[in-house]
Write a protein of this length. Sequence first.
Length: 156
Amino acid sequence: MTRQLRQAYLTTLITLVVQFMLGMATNLFVQIPTNHPGANPPEYFSGVVQSVTWAIVHSRSIWLVLHAVLGLLIVLSSFGLLFQTVPTRNRLAITTSVVGALAVLAAGFNGGSYLNYHQDFSSMLMATFFAFAITAYAVGLWGLPRQQESRTSAAR
């Protein structure tokens, strides 16, 4: 189980780095229109759903599409990692996976908020929660018990 958790933490960290690079490309090379479905909604959550749907289905930028799709996949996988840690009863693993999943979710909602309202503060919050998630998953990976390989299994 520890090996699977180590792989899940490492995969999550690598995926978050890829997401960061896609976010930087989106930030630098994509002009998001101020008038699209979901923009300036009267109600936040329905606006996020409309904005993210627009970004994935109707955006003309591959950077934005990839960033939005990978963001949704990271939200799902971060909660998957959380559910993997619970049976271990390892407090550090559970705590870091909870913090990581919540930080990923918060980053995603602030990404949706940026699509809704075009406020730079939302982008800053998205990056801040990304940093919290990276930190949580790095600490979680570091804190997992080391697997001691026996000499007989190493010789195989």
